[in-house]
Design a protein. Structure first.
Length: 273
């Protein structure tokens, strides 16, 4: 095996991007886990495979988590892939199709991309939750956290609103909540501290990846859930460990995510990689 790759990051959420447009590429889960391993492989939160687009999309983006499972959406990866395609084509507007649907991206400047992440799904069956429930106030608690809100941004997100992070054992809470029986497809778990109506501090335990420096779809879900709770307006800066994203929930129900996309390095994967 010899595969060229591009290592990219968006607000610290990092990716190994492979180009399967010239020829189909199928990676078994053990190989994905090996590539994603930060000690024995390249290291990444998600492995991204670019596949041929269609009449309405420049590219199809397949998202594989670090544990080898597939995800439907990843906002930070969408910005990175859009930046790659724009660099190739010179276009400023890029269509990225995912398992969860078509996303439109706009290149705003060097390393700055805005993506229309589509509309949030708020019904319990859409998140999904295992049984009928109020997604604005889920009956769920563990240790110091309780009463989360949930929505889907192409993948399931649950947001706990907290007073701070100093004594919050995310490494312990995250995996237990991700795999809670309430979430048949597992869930991304956000811990959000609303600092003001325009600013939220967020940490996310990502489904299949663990605690990451940033989560784009998680930032979108957090703004949606915070506004539903009356804690913020429809636009806020989401500050995460790796950087900031500007999220806007427009009146037409579409969620826009603006943030950085950067190529870190390129390389070649071999059988010994």
């Amino acid at each position: 095996m010899s595969l060229s790759f591009t290592k990219m990051q968006g607000a610290g959420n990092d990716f190994v991007v492979l180009d399967a447009r010239p020829a189909p590429l199928s990676l078994p889960a053990p190989l994905v886990r090996h590539i994603a391993d930060r000690r024995f492989g390249v290291g990444c939160d998600q492995l991204i495979i670019m596949e041929p687009g269609d009449s309405s999309a420049d590219v199809f983006m397949r998202i594989l988590n670090a544990d080898g499972t597939e995800s439907g959406a990843c906002g930070n990866a969408t910005r990175c892939v859009a930046a790659l395609i724009a660099e190739e084509s010179g276009a400023r507007e890029i269509g990225v199709r995912t398992v969860a649907g078509l996303l439109r991206a706009e290149i705003l400047g060097p390393g700055l991309v805005e993506v229309d992440m589509g509309t949030p799904k708020l019904g319990w069956e859409d998140v999904p939750v295992a049984h009928e429930a109020d997604t604005l106030h889920l009956s769920l608690g563990l240790g110091p956290v309780s009463d989360p809100a949930a929505c889907s941004m192409g993948n399931p997100h649950v947001t706990f609103f907290v007073d701070g992070f100093a004594h919050l054992p995310i490494d312990t809470l995250g995996p237990k909540l991700e795999t809670h029986r309430l979430f048949p497809e597992r869930a991304n778990i956000g811990f959000a501290h609303v600092e003001s109506p325009e600013r939220i501090r967020l940490r996310v335990w990502e489904r299949g990846a663990g605690l990451t420096l940033a989560c784009g779809s998680g930032a979108c879900a957090t703004l949606v859930n915070a506004h539903r709770r009356g804690l913020t307006g429809r636009r806020a800066t989401i500050t995460m460990d790796g950087g900031e994203l500007l999220i806007t929930w427009r009146a037409d129900n579409h969620v826009l995510m603006r943030g950085p996309a950067e190529t870190v390095f390129t390389g070649t994967l071999t059988e010994a990689a």
